[in-house]
Design a binder for this molecule. Sequence first.
Ligand SMILES: Nc1nc2c(ncn2[C@@H]2O[C@H](COP(=O)(O)OP(=O)(O)OP(=O)(O)O)[C@@H](O)[C@H]2O)c(=O)[nH]1
Ligand SMILES: *[C@@H]1O[C@H](CO)[C@@H](O)[C@H](O)[C@H]1NC(C)=O
Ligand SMILES: *[C@@H]1O[C@H](CO)[C@@H](O)[C@H](O)[C@H]1NC(C)=O
Ligand SMILES: *[C@@H]1O[C@H](CO)[C@@H](O)[C@H](O)[C@H]1NC(C)=O
Ligand SMILES: [Mg+2]
Length: 238
Amino acid sequence: MNSNVEDSFSPILIAVLLIFTTIVLFILRRLLKSSKGYVLLTGLNDTGKTLIHSQLLHNQHVLTYTSSQDNVEECNIDGKKITVVDLPGFHSIRQQFFEKYKENSKGIVYVVDSTSLAKNIRDAANVLNNILSDPVVLKKRPNILILCNKQDQTLAKGASVIKTMLEKELNTLRNSELNQLKQLDSKETSKNRSGDSSKEFTFASLNCKVEFAESFAFNKNNSVDLDALKKWIRKVAT
Ligand SMILES: Nc1nc2c(ncn2[C@@H]2O[C@H](COP(=O)(O)OP(=O)(O)OP(=O)(O)O)[C@@H](O)[C@H]2O)c(=O)[nH]1
Ligand SMILES: *[C@@H]1O[C@H](CO)[C@@H](O)[C@H](O)[C@H]1NC(C)=O
Ligand SMILES: *[C@@H]1O[C@H](CO)[C@@H](O)[C@H](O)[C@H]1NC(C)=O
Ligand SMILES: *[C@@H]1O[C@H](CO)[C@@H](O)[C@H](O)[C@H]1NC(C)=O
Ligand SMILES: [Mg+2]
């Protein structure tokens, strides 16, 4: 009996065990790596994404220009290392960069310029709607933060006003999409489907969690307020 047990711990068995353990560890590491989540900074151009990213990265005000590239950096958010991606907001390249990162996003920050939202409400709602109705987003349900930036400006609208404005515009947008679908539908099948156009759109009715926060990445006194954003990032990326 005893000699049998000793036999089973032969060098060959130990070698096999070692190889097996190595393979398991290797696979585990790959799995952990691929589930690593990004926090994305999205939104229209000129809303402040690149400046926010620079402030998160090295607490620094930089001169920014319209981005044509993605900025992927590991940021130290109050002692925690999290990869934050700054995406270009220009309309013709916006989508292709979002496609690149959406699969691996744990959190999506939608940055709004709180001083010019009234003027850009159509575009702002449209781009937000594209994110909210993206198949990958619907499936993976990342946390979403609508960041009302440039709060240092006196004309900036507050988060609750911005929430109402976006809900109203998203409601209009979704109803007109629904009506177009209905028209197509009635032409093809002459069925009378009851849509839910009577239901007003609210962020609360969505499947994923949407939160709102205010920030500024710059002001005349060289101060910033990104506390709410940092708190949210820490919460989401753990
Ligand atoms: N007053 C004020 N200005 C800001 C703030 N954040 C950004 N800006 C300014 O807004 C302008 C646009 O900022 P960017 O960070 O380049 O904007 P972006 O979202 O990266 O724009 P794209 O790269 O084109 O998508 C710059 O002149 C910034 O200095 C803010 O909180 N307050
Ligand atoms: C932002 O993009 C729009 C087109 O989508 C353009 O008209 C506008 O000039 C751009 N703003 C800046 C500051 O680049
Ligand atoms: C289709 O529904 C509308 C109201 O939603 C109604 O007025 C209309 O009569 C219906 N048509 C048919 C063919 O059922
Ligand atoms: C900026 O500084 C001035 C005086 O140095 C102060 O009166 C003002 O309140 C400050 N503004 C902000 C937004 O901190
Ligand atoms: Mg930029």
